[in-house]
Design a protein around this ligand. Sequence first.
Ligand code: UDP
Ligand code: MG
Length: 334
Amino acid sequence: MQTLTKPNVAAVKVGLSLVIPCYNEGKSLPFLKERLLTSLPDLNLSWEVILVDDGSLDDTFDQLSAMNMADARFKVISFSRNFGHQIAVCAGLSHATGDYVAVMDADLQDPPEFLATCLDRLREGYDVVYAIRRQRKENIFKRFCYASFYRLLKFIAEVEIPLDSGDFCLMRQRVVAVMRTMPERNVFVRGLRAWSGFRQTGIEYSRASRSAGETKYPFRKLLRLAMDGMFAFSAFPLRLATYLGFVILALSLGGMMFILLWRIFNFQLFSHYPSEVPGWTSMVCLLLFIGGIQFLILGVIGEFIGRIYNEVKQRPRWIIRTTLGLEDTSFKQV
Ligand code: UDP
Ligand code: MG
């Protein structure tokens, strides 16, 4: 992933870094700029906005460079092509130097004024304050998909991923530092954020509708995001084969017993006797047995693949919140 950082960026310590992925957001950028310039000063922090142009095909990049020219606090990363929303967020996070780091969308569905509320909460001693969508202004089908996805994910995920929380959040730099150590290719940012631990809390907000332009998340992309979330935070889909294997093997053994008993006692069932067709009993027994065993072994293979997958992800194995008189080795793990 290539990133392009402006050479005129001075290494000054900033209070807040705001990461905003932008993909073909030409129509929303003027609104965004205006809203940011009116709302960010209320935070009483020095700030920078890291705008990640995710390979836009419209005039997004030109507008972003104009914003940077006019005000150097708007910083730009431009991708060579569309890498996807989640990767854009990651690239932004990896450049975010602020004590506090926020992530938000370019279309103003997440109100920047809400960051002030998040900041108050964060200062109460939290490390992550994420926004929970109270209501969505989207069509009923999309709302149904979102609702079922988050509930399914909560049921199967191995870390607690809060219901209905998106990427809109405010975090302390140390959480972002943890997220930077996760070199995953299929990223699910809100999952990584939850995975990193620390003290997290959510605040409800109502999600506005898009300021301008169309959604950049067609159903296909949403589905892929949902899959990334599920496969990166749960081995349940793999384990399904094992569970299924056990169930099928148990049913097969039951079936075999029945068929053997039927053959031995040779009673009439469905107006047939098992002795009518020679070899039928042994054939069915074999079939059931092999079917059951196959499922079980597939499950076992699945378990191993799951573990290999977990290893190749190379996430650090532990994260230290703080140390006294010792070096923090969280980021030196191999
Ligand atoms: N986005 C991106 N790359 C993509 C798709 C979307 O950077 O491939 C950005 C987009 O510009 C916006 C955010 O991700 O800032 C969320 O996208 P969008 O608002 O279209 O999604 P929705 O809110 O409809 O789910
Ligand atoms: Mg949106």
